[in-house]
Design a binder for this molecule. Structure first.
Ligand code: DC
Length: 217
């Protein structure tokens, strides 16, 4: 199953809920782009340097799963959510040469897991256009900023909602406006606005769609 949407739209929460309900594993592809970005910054490579970033992507060993992300065996789960990585990740993710490396790993992950819930920006449109169920999550910008501000507070970062909203909007604009695999609603995707609904209600709707798609094949 493919789940796409902008920052704060609920992909992780809903993805986890759907995966638990269906007994599937989840893959957070944003964590993969973030881990490569952490490695790019550590290597002193400029995020805008396509060749340098792609070389780093090739070189590093990524581990993703169960909410833990590793880089060459080291737990980088906190580092990949740092302001420095968040500020640089859109530039790194915009390089087609970086995407090629990570998309191949995402497809290999699904092969090895015989399916799963994969969340990101281009999963239904580019990585798995044939996924039996594609979901596009949205929410109002104010609600998405509210959720991201709570995440920041949980990570002991004291930021105003206005500040979070401004940086989030800039990242979303970059992710939607880039040439390579921009964030789009995949054809045939189930579009769900998560602004005023509970996760349980949304998970139930998506599980129903999955069961219906299963029954149709
Ligand atoms: O979901 P997230 O905020 O952790 O994603 C981090 C960045 O990675 C996001 O700004 C865009 C990029 N990304 C991408 O380009 N393609 C994906 N499939 C997933 C994330």
């Amino acid at each position: 199953m493919a789940i796409d949407g902008p920052s704060g739209s609920g992909k992780s929460t809903i993805g986890r809920g759907v995966a638990a309900a269906l007994g599937l594993d989840t893959l957070d592809t944003g964590a993969m782009y973030r881990a490569v970005t952490a490695a790019v910054l550590r290597a002193g490579v400029q995020p805008e340097d396509a060749e340098g970033a792609a070389a780093v992507a090739h070189r590093v060993e990524l581990g993703v799963g169960d909410g833990v992300t590793t880089l060459d065996g080291e737990d980088v789960s906190a580092e990949i959510r740092s302001p420095a990585v968040t500020a640089a990740v859109s530039a790194v993710a915009a390089h087609p040469s970086v995407r090629t490396v990570l998309v191949a790993r995402q497809r290999a992950w699904v092969d090895a897991h015989e399916g799963g819930v994969v969340e990101g920006r281009d999963i239904g449109s580019v990585v798995f256009p044939g996924a039996p169920v594609k979901v596009y999550l949205t929410a109002s910008e104010a609600e998405r900023a509210r959720r991201r501000t709570l995440d920041e507070a949980a990570a002991q970062r004291d930021r105003t909602i206005e500040d979070v909203r401004t940086t989030m909007a800039a990242r979303d604009a970059a992710d939607s406006g880039r040439a390579a695999s921009p964030l789009v609603t995949a054809p045939g995707a189930l579009v769900v606005d998560t602004t005023d609904r509970t996760p349980a209600d949304i998970v139930a709707e998506i599980v129903r769609a999955f069961r219906a798609a299963e029954g149709a094949t």
